[in-house]
Design a protein around this ligand. Structure first.
Ligand SMILES: [Zn+2]
Length: 144
């Protein structure tokens, strides 16, 4: 596998071509020089969402809100998952209060909700928080 992967930058959503072998080397963005694949979840918003759905790595989205206790309890687990899955799956967070239209379009009825996108399409959805081993197991069952 020497073909570079097409990956949107977590900071600016600009597309980067990154060889598969370099995914673990904290690649920098050719557009903004930021971390393309940060070891922590990155914030999504309505303006950049479609751009972040592009590329060759799956995108997991945690839909949350500031007033949601279970969402806050889940945040450190999600953080650990982002670190474990760096280079295999991108982990984003969507604030459902700040992005109500998009949350509506995604059909969010309860939070936290996790949605997995591959090739720009939703392939799996999980309502409610999961402990880390179950989260990793769920993603693994989705080929991640
Ligand atoms: Zn960038």
């Amino acid at each position: 596998m020497t073909d570079p992967l097409l990956i949107p930058c977590a900071q600016c959503a600009g597309l980067n071509r990154i060889p598969a072998a370099r995914l673990g080397d904290s690649p920098r963005c050719g557009h903004c020089k930021g971390a393309v694949l940060p070891p922590a979840p990155f914030d999504l918003n309505e303006a950049g969402f479609a751009k972040q759905l592009r590329g060759d790595l799956p995108l997991l989205v945690d839909v949350w809100a500031d007033w949601c206790g279970p969402c806050k309890a889940f945040a450190p687990i999600y953080q650990q998952a982002a670190s474990q899955l760096q280079g295999r799956c991108r982990l984003g967070k969507l604030d459902s209060e700040a992005n109500r239209n998009l949350a509506g379009q995604l059909g969010i009825r309860s939070i936290p909700t996790l949605i997995l996108f591959k090739d720009g399409k939703e392939v799996a959805r999980q309502s409610g928080a999961l402990p880390l081993p179950q989260l990793i197991g769920w993603l693994s069952s989705q080929g991640i």
